[in-house]
Design a protein around this ligand. Structure first.
Ligand code: CTP
Length: 131
């Protein structure tokens, strides 16, 4: 069985999120998703998520093809998470291209292209424009 792991905030679920999760799952037989905690998201993106970490976890867990979820507390623990969840493949969006190559010692690292024209940030900006 080939196990895939990926990570992200996944706030205000959109089609870019769904597509990367489906494509990650298609690379193996089991998909684990690490959801950034509220604190990790704040430190990474300098903004608060709209949905709480427990809401984001529950939403991602409900998606067909997602087999397991957990809260990612620190970027420094990636290697531990890869080992703990016995991942054979680490999937990241290509906004991170090259940045995770050192994990090739632990598992295969695959960067998938992002879906053009959508992000949580742009969705929020669109909502603000409507308000
Ligand atoms: N992702 C994607 N295509 C998009 C947006 C995100 O494939 N258009 C992927 C990212 O590469 C990452 C995962 O979805 O692997 C979670 O990304 P996240 O940062 O939560 O989503 P964004 O929409 O990029 O959020 P933000 O605008 O807040 O940075």
């Amino acid at each position: 069985m080939k196990r895939v792991i990926t990570f992200g905030t996944f706030d205000m679920l959109h089609v870019g999120h769904i597509r990367i999760l489906q494509r990650a799952r298609a690379l193996g037989d089991h998909l684990t998703v690490g959801i950034s905690t509220d604190a990790l998201n704040r430190s990474k993106k300098q903004k608060n998520a709209i949905y709480s970490e427990m809401e984001r976890l529950e939403i991602i867990k409900a998606i067909i093809g997602v087999d397991d979820v957990f809260l990612e507390h620190s970027l420094e623990l990636k290697a531990d998470y890869i080992r703990q969840y016995k991942a054979d493949i680490l999937v990241m969006g290509d906004d991170w291209a090259g940045k995770f190559d050192h994990f090739n010692a632990l598992c295969k690292v695959v960067y998938l292209s992002r879906t053009d024209g959508i992000s949580t940030t742009s969705t929020l900006e669109g909502i603000k424009r409507l308000a």
